[in-house]
Ligand binder design. Structure first.
Ligand SMILES: Cc1ncc(COP(=O)(O)O)c(C=O)c1O
Length: 391
């Protein structure tokens, strides 16, 4: 190629929409874990299979020829099953036709809800530490992310600080309980406090409830659906990936009042239009049996206890896990390193991958706490415990 041709065929330079986004810590830690044959308790996904009945239901749907576009909003039987579950568990009736939409995982649901509601210059409050897609999603919509920290140490919502962050430009607040990464859950009193705080405002709510079926020690999940004043302004988002051990399928749900759903669907139809048919058919059939999600707390609580009891008396100080499939650990008795350096050291020298909590903060706040995922086979957890006890 001559230099003149080269010039003509060059890729044009353009300003990045997300100039501050690079490789995430999850990718970095997973690569390091593979390189060092480490036990990977970093990224949050199960290392065990899903129920074969679910695979059979999807396979049967495919073989029966259900392979063309489903309705834009999702298959009716699946939306109906979701509405029935929300009513049974949280006591609110959502209309499957007008209030429930099936999405390509919670990730797409969150992005679509933000794009549907946030105008350039609108403010969106997120509570730090938070899931890593929220802030880039807000920026893609032209919004301004306003980061309000959860209380250091306890990760409880600080309602005075949230109230102080609300301005006439605040369009949306994003909450997440059970909470990734802290493994805390919001109480009934927390949800009521939020309901009272938002009552005089026009602030909309995204309630990210992907871990709704992972709440332990006999506690109840406090869905925003339980609270009239929250449900009226909320996109309530969940994920089949988390509930049924199929994170790779990327199927999620959004429940929202009809007026919010109508705007959500305007964006959804030009975003993904719809979600793959056989997975939806299989999920609709599998949902007829509530046992798998009703038994999930006991299933994961046993794994939490195996991991935590295994580490009792070690130099890692474990923080309580009330929900999710994560355990946070204070590393200050083990090492003087910061969180990120500790995680790199841990994977290289002890062969266990974890995630620094600083990765979930806008300002990289380092409180010497790292996150382990216990959605793993018992043998994997035992191996990790053995390695971590040597610390
Ligand atoms: C808090 C939170 N929200 C959303 C998601 C994304 O869910 P999905 O895989 O259904 O897109 C995750 C996944 O880790 C998460 O932890």
């Amino acid at each position: 190629m001559t230099s003149a041709q080269h010039e003509t065929h060059r890729t044009p330079a353009f300003p990045s929409r997300l100039p501050n986004v690079g490789t995430t810590i999850f990718t970095t830690m997973s690569a390091l874990a593979a390189e060092h044959q480490a036990v990977n308790l970093g990224q949050g996904f199960p290392d065990f299979g899903c129920d074969p009945r679910l695979v059979d239901a999807v396979t049967a749907a495919m073989q029966a020829g259900h392979n063309q576009y489903p309705p834009m909003t999702g298959l009716a039987p699946l939306r109906e099953a979701v509405a029935a579950k929300i009513e049974a568990l949280y006591g609110r009736r959502y209309d499957a036709a007008t209030d429930i939409t099936i999405t390509a995982g919670a990730t797409q649901a969150i992005l679509t809800a933000i794009l549907a509601t946030v105008h350039p210059g609108d403010e969106v409050i997120v509570l730090d530490p938070c899931y890593d897609s929220y802030v880039p999603n807000i920026e893609l919509a032209g919004g301004v992310a306003v980061r309000v920290p959860l209380t250091p140490g306890t990760f409880k919502p600080d309602f005075a600080r949230i109230a102080a962050a609300i301005t006439p430009r605040t369009r949306l607040l994003i909450i997440n309980s059970p909470h990734n990464p802290s493994a805390t859950v919001w109480s009934d009193a927390d949800m009521r406090a939020l309901e009272a705080l938002l009552a005089p405002t026009d602030v909309l709510l995204i309630s990210d409830e992907v871990y709704e079926h992972m709440v332990y020690d006999g506690q109840q999940h406090q869905s925003a659906a339980r609270f009239e004043g929250l449900a009226a302004r909320a996109f309530i988002i969940s994920s089949f990936g988390k509930t049924y051990h199929v994170t790779g399928w990327k199927v999620g749900t959004v429940a929202a009042p009809a007026a919010l759903t109508a705007e959500f669907r305007k964006v959804h139809q030009f975003n993904v239009f719809t979600v793959n048919t056989p997975m939806q058919m299989g999920l609709a059939q599998y949902m007829r049996d509530p046992a798998p999600y009703l038994q999930l707390p006991a299933f994961y609580q046993a794994k939490r206890d195996l991991f935590c009891e295994g580490l009792a008396g070690s130099r890692l100080k474990l923080l309580p896990t009330a929900g999710t499939y994560f355990v946070c650990a204070d590393i200050s008795q083990v090492s003087d390193l910061g969180e990120a350096a500790f995680c790199q050291w841990l994977v290289r020298t002890h062969g266990v991958a974890a995630i620094p909590l600083s990765a979930f903060y806008g300002d990289g706040f380092d409180q010497r706490v790292v996150r382990f995922c216990f959605a793993k086979q018992d043998a994997t957890l035992r191996e990790a415990v053995q390695r971590l006890r040597r610390l």
